[in-house]
Design a protein around this ligand. Structure first.
Ligand code: KIV
Ligand code: ZN
Length: 529
C-alpha cells in the first residue's frame, strides 16, 4: 500500500488571516470548489465563531461542497471552549465528513502571558474540551498552539491527554515559524516515540514561514512520520505566511526517492488555483516564487536557453505542464457557437448559470474581435471578472481618460448607483489611474486608501488581457483617516482590507473595474453590519 500524506488546506482559514485577504462568501465557495478539483483531503473552511460571515461561509461550504463521494473532510476551527466548539460543530455538521479542529496553546510563553493559566489547567482543559468535541463529532483534531516552542516533555503529556480524550489527529503547529528543520523533524519523531497511542493517530505539521523554513520544516516532519501537512495556496497566511501547498506537493512529487510518499493532489490544477487565490485575495504572487511564480519556468540566461533547446532536462526539474501551465489555446474563435463555448467552460471546471454564461460568452466574442488568439487563461480571466464579483451596488458604465506628456491626466466616469440613477463626474489626478479613482470617489464618496495595486498580463503579447488586483482600506471620514478594524478572536483587532479585481484588454478599464469591485465589497459588508 502506498504511503499517503494527507493535504489539509487552510487557505480559507489561516490563509484568510493574511493581512488584507478578506474573501466574501462567493469567493470562498469558488475557491472551495477549485480545492476539490485540486484533490485536497481536508479543507479548513474557516473559524465559525469569528463572525457571522465566517460561520455562514463554513456552513455553506459544508452544505454545498462537502457532499459528493469525493468531497473532502470539512473542518472548522474552535478554541478549546464549549461556545467555540458548539459553533464550529453547528457549521460543519452538514458535511458528509465533518471535523472539529480545536486548539489550546502549550508553550510557557503563551500559558503565562496570554492565557495566564498553569500547565495543570492547560492539561485539564485539553482533556475536557477534546472529549466534548469528540462527543459531538467522530473526527477531532487537536493543535497545541505554539507547539514548536513548547517544552517537549509537557507537550507529550498534553498530547497523551488529547489522544485519551478522543483526538484522531494531532497537529503540531510551529505557530511563530521559529524552529529549524532538524528541530521540527526531531520533535515529530519524539512525539511518535514518547506519546502513548501516537502511532494510532495521524500526526500533522502546521508551519509558519517567519524564517523562510515552513516548507523545509513540513518536509522534515513528513520524513519523521507526519502524515498530514497543513498548507495554503501560494503560502498565504499570518505574517510571512504558512507552508505553501504547491511547494510541499511538488517536492514530494519531484523527489519520490527521497520522501517515498504520495499525495492525492492533481498537480495539473495547481497553477489555476494559485491564480484564483491571488485574484480573490488581492495578494500578488512574487515572480520568483517557487512553483507558481511567473518566472518559475522562465529561462533567461543564454547558456540555459541553449541547454533547454537541446534537452529541457538540462535546467528543468519539473515540466510546466505538470502544474497546469501549458499553451493550451482555445480552438474556438469568433465564429464559434455558444455550445462549444459552454463545453470549454465546463472543461475548465466552472459551473455557470445560463445568465452568467451568456454574459461571459458576450465578453468572449468581444475579445475575439480584439485579440488574435484567445487562450484558456483569457477565458478564466473573463469569468473571474464577470462572474465572481461582489454584488454590484455601483456599476461602472463608462470611463474615459486623457493623458500623455504635457497633459494633466483627466478622467470622466459614469456610474449607476444602488438607486438606479446614473451619475457622471470628472477629476484630475497624478496619473490616469489616479484620475479615474478620484472621479469615482467624487461620486461614491466613501473614504479609503489604496494599499496595493498590481497589474499582470494574462498572456504574452501586446494584445494581452490585463488583470488588475487592488486592495483598499476604509478610513472613517472626519477621524483623521483612522482605519476601520475588524476583530478576530484568534488574532485580535486588525485593519479591514477589501480586495478587488478586474480584467480587460484596456488596463485603465481593468483598473476602474478592480476599484469598483473593491468598493462594492466594502459597501456590501457595511450594509450587512
Ligand atoms: O499557527 C497556529 O498555531 C494555528 C493553529 C490554530 C493551528 O493556526
Ligand atoms: Zn497557523
Amino acid at each position: 500500500m502506498t504511503d499517503v500524506v494527507r493535504i489539509f488546506d487552510t487557505t480559507l482559514r489561516d490563509g484568510e488571516q493574511s493581512p488584507g485577504a478578506t474573501l466574501n462568501i462567493d469567493e470562498k465557495l469558488e475557491i472551495a470548489r477549485q480545492l476539490v478539483r485540486l484533490g485536497v483531503d481536508v479543507m479548513e473552511a474557516g473559524f465559525p465563531i469569528a463572525s457571522p460571515g465566517d460561520y455562514e461561509a463554513v456552513r455553506r461550504i459544508a452544505v454545498e461542497i462537502g457532499q459528493g463521494d469525493n468531497a473532502p473532510i470539512i473542518a472548522g476551527l474552535a478554541r478549546a471552549n464549549k461556545a467555540d466548539i458548539d459553533r464550529a460543530w453547528d457549521a460543519v455538521r452538514p458535511a458528509r465528513k465533518p471535523r472539529i479542529h480545536t486548539f489550546l496553546a502549550t508553550s510557557d510563553i503563551h500559558l503565562q502571558h496570554k492565557l495566564r493559566i498553569s500547565r495543570e489547567e492547560c492539561l485539564r482543559r485539553v482533556g475536557e474540551m477534546v472529549a466534548y468535541a469528540r462527543s459531538l463529532c467522530e473526527d477531532v483534531e487537536f493543535s497545541p498552539e505554539d507547539g514548536g516552542r513548547s517544552d517537549p516533555e509537557f507537550l507529550y503529556q498534553v498530547l497523551e491527554v488529547a489522544i485519551k480524550a478522543g483526538a484522531t489527529t494531532l497537529n503540531i503547529p510551529d505557530t511563530v515559524g521559529y524552529t529549524t528543520p532538524q528541530e521540527f523533524g526531531a520533535l515529530i519523531a519524539g512525539i511518535r516515540e514518547h506519546v502513548p497511542g501516537a502511532k494510532d493517530v495521524i500526526i500533522s505539521a502546521h508551519c509558519h514561514n517567519d524564517l523562510g523554513l515552513a516548507t523545509a520544516n513540513t518536509l522534515a516532519a513528513i520524513q519523521n512520520g507526519a502524515r498530514q501537512a497543513e498548507v495554503t495556496i501560494n503560502g498565504i497566511g499570518e505574517r510571512a505566511g504558512n507552508t505553501s501547498l504547491e511547494e510541499v506537493v511538488m517536492a514530494l512529487h519531484t523527489r519520490p526517492a527521497v520522501y517515498g510518499v504520495q499525495t492525492n493532489i492533481d498537480t495539473t490544477q495547481i497553477a489555476r488555483v494559485s491564480r484564483l487565490v491571488s485574484a480573490y485575495t488581492g495578494i500578488p504572487v512574487q515572480p520568483n516564487k517557487a512553483i507558481v511564480g511567473s518566472n518559475a519556468f522562465a529561462h533567461e540566461a543564454g547558456i540555459h536557453q541553449d541547454g533547454m533547446l537541446k534537452n529541457p532536462l538540462t535546467y528543468e526539474i519539473m515540466r510546466p505542464e505538470t502544474i497546469g501551465i501549458n499553451e493550451s489555446r482555445l480552438v474556438l474563435g469568433k465564429h464559434s457557437g455558444r455550445h462549444a463555448f459552454q463545453t470549454k467552460v465546463a472543461e475548465l471546471g466552472y459551473e455557470l448559470s445560463s445568465e452568467d454564461l451568456n454574459r461571459v460568452f458576450d465578453r468572449f466574442k468581444d475579445l475575439c474581435d480584439k485579440k488574435k488568439i484567445v487562450s484558456d487563461l483569457d477565458i478564466e480571466a473573463i469569468i473571474n471578472d464577470e462572474v465572481y464579483q461582489p454584488v454590484e451596488l455601483w456599476r461602472l458604465q463608462h470611463v474615459q481618460v486623457s493623458s500623455g506628456s504635457g497633459l494633466r491626466p483627466t478622467a470622466t466616469v459614469r456610474l449607476r448607483g444602488p438607486d438606479g440613477v446614473t451619475r457622471e463626474d470628472a477629476a484630475i489626478g497624478a496619473g490616469p489611474v489616479d484620475s479615474v479613482y478620484r472621479a469615482i470617489n467624487r461620486i461614491v464618496q466613501v473614504s479609503n486608501v489604496l494599499t496595493e495595486f498590481s497589474i499582470q498580463a494574462v498572456t504574452e503579447g501586446i494584445d494581452a488581457v490585463g488583470e488588475v488586483t487592488i486592495r483598499i482600506e476604509p478610513t472613517a471620514a472626519g477621524t483623521n483617516g483612522h482605519r476601520e478594524e475588524a476583530l478576530n478572536p484568534q488574532t485580535g483587532p486588525r485593519a479591514r482590507t477589501y480586495s478587488g479585481h478586474g480584467a480587460d484588454t484596456d488596463i485603465i478599464v481593468a483598473s476602474a473595474k478592480a476599484y469598483m469591485s473593491a468598493l462594492n465589497k466594502m459597501l456590501t459588508v457595511r450594509q450587512g453590519e
